[in-house]
Write a protein that binds this ligand. Structure first.
Ligand SMILES: [Zn+2]
Length: 140
C-alpha cells in the first residue's frame, strides 16, 4: 500500500489563511440576507479568489465585500456594482504590491475567471470580480 504524504499541513503553512465567506459578507447578511442568486454567486466567487490568494502566497485582507444597497451607496459604488450581487471583492493593497502581482499574473486571473479593475483607478485596493468584462484589467 502506498502511503501518501499529507499535503494539508505544508500547503497551509506555506499559504496562510484562505479568504472566507465570513470576511466577504462582513456581517452584512444579517440585515440583508442573501438571495439564492447571491448565495450561488458567493459560492462561485470564493474558490476563484482563493486560487489567486493561494498563488499570491500571502494573506489578503478584504476591504469591501458584500454591499447591500445602503452600503453600496455609502461606498460610492456603481448602481450595478458587482459588490451588490456578490460577484466582486476588494482587497486592501496599501503599497500596490498585490495590484502589481495581479498585473504580472493576468494569465492566472484568466484561469481563475476573475476580472480586475484597472489599478490606476483603485489606488489602495484591488477589485476582482467574476462578472466578465471586455478587457482585463478593465476601466471603471
Ligand atoms: Zn470593488
Amino acid at each position: 500500500m502506498t502511503c501518501l504524504p499529507s499535503l494539508a499541513a505544508p500547503v497551509l503553512s506555506f499559504a496562510g489563511p484562505m479568504i472566507t465567506a465570513k470576511e466577504i459578507l462582513m456581517g452584512r447578511d444579517v440585515d440583508a440576507p442573501l438571495t439564492t442568486i447571491q448565495f450561488y454567486n458567493l459560492l462561485d466567487l470564493l474558490p476563484r479568489l482563493n486560487l489567486i490568494r493561494f498563488h499570491y502566497g500571502k494573506p489578503l485582507k478584504v476591504s469591501s465585500g458584500y454591499r447591500p444597497p445602503k452600503q453600496n451607496e455609502k461606498a460610492g459604488g456603481a448602481k450595478q456594482s458587482c459588490h451588490l450581487s456578490l460577484e466582486a471583492c476588494d482587497f486592501a493593497d496599501p503599497d500596490g504590491s498585490f495590484a502589481a502581482w495581479c498585473l504580472a499574473n493576468l494569465d492566472l486571473l484568466k484561469i481563475a475567471g476573475l476580472y480586475m479593475e484597472d489599478p490606476a483607478h483603485t489606488v489602495g485596493w484591488v477589485h476582482l470580480q467574476t462578472r466578465a468584462t471586455k478587457n482585463n484589467p478593465f476601466l471603471p
